[in-house]
Write a protein that binds this ligand. Structure first.
Ligand code: BES
Ligand code: MN
Ligand code: MN
Length: 463
């Protein structure tokens, strides 16, 4: 294991802080130059680490940073993917320290301290582990195989331009495995490998009632209120058992067999701790499934935002003309996100009463993914975690989505291994996002094991 001196650790953290200070918010056009600044910073950083042919590829959106270190055509190639863009930090007032002024604070779960900043865990901190791990391997003359780095600036907004880029650069990106640290482990004593990601279908709906906002005394009772109507429509999307009522929604859903469900129930998950960590009295979801199953292997439908009418100070008696909502569905293997989006749109239009007009828009989406466990990449990762944590990792299907992963397989024909180091409690996408200092350094130390294991196993398979 690479032992990291105190000076080295301090330097790595200092560099990561510089990276985290750049507000690379991909969703907000006001931050376009900051996203570019982050790309420039990263290109310099991977050059310093020893990457060659470093290039910043501009796209219709935010740039893609590429670099490589090719030792020999005979050796296997690992393609590392990550994203340097971050989610918007709002609501800003709920942060205990400013989101782009990284600071280390101790928490119960991170007694050695955690780095508080937007992007610390998702995904700048995790991406940066790869940069430092490569730097260590190169500077010690111990890089065992070829490596390619590809970092994008649009993951949090759907990776639209990355898809175009990989389709246009199949040869450049040719690799034997894709390695990503953009997920998590069960906890700091118990590593895990993410073997599944959910898909996503993201919709927006707009309900229009009367042609203008109305006095609720003069018109109320005789005209449909679009907010009331929208709420009725939304609540009809699930039945009393928590099943989604869109016809055809469950048609292709991959159902786990008995042994797969038993295997899942062995994953350490404590329902009470889960409730406690969220200050809730009771969990809720689809009948017949455990919380762990509900949040990973079952499809869902959630309202992500809803607006309309008067939300300012005091009271205003009004019937709004318009009500809107953002609604997303997490999908599981064999569901097709484009098909699900169409099913949703048709159903939502069908259930609307004649008293309102409905518009439905499809935002981005993506397919679910299952990573195989019978290949050398999984074995290499398994051995790497076991060596650095002293415990074998569990295989865990996660509930989040990284839509570019199934796209990599479709376009490049290459499998992905998800070696994350974050924790669910790290508050990604939320105020006070953080990443354990322990996790950051553990990642830097575990990654070289993967490189070596993968290289060794690869040699055996071609012999
Ligand atoms: N890194 C996350 C996804 C993730 C986190 C997967 C933890 C599994 C465990 C990624 O940056 C993300 O937030 N993805 C989005 C989808 C994207 C299309 C906006 C998501 O899952 O909401
Ligand atoms: Mn991410
Ligand atoms: Mn994210």
């Amino acid at each position: 294991m690479y032992s990291l001196s105190k000076t080295k650790k301090e330097k790595y953290l200092e560099e990561l802080f510089d990276f985290l200070k750049i507000p690379s918010i991909s969703a907000d056009p006001n931050y376009k130059t900051s996203v570019k600044d982050a790309a420039d910073w990263l290109a310099k950083s991977i050059t310093k680490a020893g990457c060659e042919n470093v290039e910043i590829f501009s796209t219709k959106g935010h740039p893609i940073v590429y670099g490589e270190k090719i030792l020999s055509q005979k050796l296997p190639t690992i393609l590392v993917y990550g994203h340097y863009d971050v989610q918007p930090p709002d609501p800003i007032n709920l942060w205990s320290s400013p989101p782009f002024s990284p600071i280390i604070k101790k928490t119960d779960i991170h007694p050695k301290g955690a780095i508080f900043a937007r992007g610390s865990c998702d995904d700048k901190g995790q991406l940066f582990m790869h940069v430092k791990a490569l730097e260590l391997m190169i500077s010690n003359d111990e890089l065992p195989c070829n490596v390619k780095f590809m970092f994008e600036g649009e993951e949090e907004v759907g990776s639209d331009n990355l898809e175009v880029f990989i389709r246009d650069n199949v040869d450049l990106l040719k690799a034997d495995v894709i390695l990503i640290s953009d997920t998590g482990i069960l906890n700091n004593d118990q590593p895990s490998i993410t073997t599944g990601l959910r898909g996503l279908s993201y919709m927006e709906v707009k309900i229009t009632g009367p042609n203008r906002d109305l006095h609720s005394g003069l018109y109320g009772g005789a005209v449909a209120n679009p907010i009331n109507t929208l709420c009725d429509m939304i609540s009809s999307l699930k039945d009393d058992n928590g099943k989604i009522s869109i016809p055809g929604f469950y048609e292709n859903v991959y159902e786990l067999n008995k042994s797969e469900r038993i295997e899942m129930s062995n994953i350490p998950f404590n329902e009470n701790d889960f409730k406690k960590s969220l200050d809730i009295e009771k969990t809720s979801g689809e009948l017949g499934f455990s919380s762990l199953e509900r949040k990973s292997i079952r499809p869902t439908l959630d309202v992500n935002g809803i607006w309309g009418g008067y939300t300012g100070e005091g009271a205003k008696t009004v019937i709004p003309s318009i009500a809107c909502a953002k609604i997303s569905m997490r999908l599981v293997p064999n569901q097709n996100w484009k098909k699900i989006s169409v099913l949703f749109e048709n159903h939502f239009k069908k259930i609307a009463p004649d008293s309102v007009k409905v518009e439905v828009t499809t935002h981005h989406g993506g397919q679910a993914y299952i990573t195989p466990t019978d290949n050398i990449a999984y074995k290499a990762a398994h051995m790497a975690y076991e060596k650095s944590f002293g415990k074998p990792p569990f295989s865990v299907r996660d509930g989040g989505s990284i839509p570019i992963v199934p796209m990599f397989e479709e376009v490049l024909g290459c499998k992905t291994i998800l070696m994350g180091f974050g924790l669910n409690s790290d508050a990604i996408h939320s105020p006070n996002e953080h990443f354990g200092v322990f996790n950051f350094f553990k990642g830097i130390q575990t990654i070289p094991y993967f490189y070596n294991n993968f290289n060794e196993l690869f040699k055996k398979t071609i012999l």
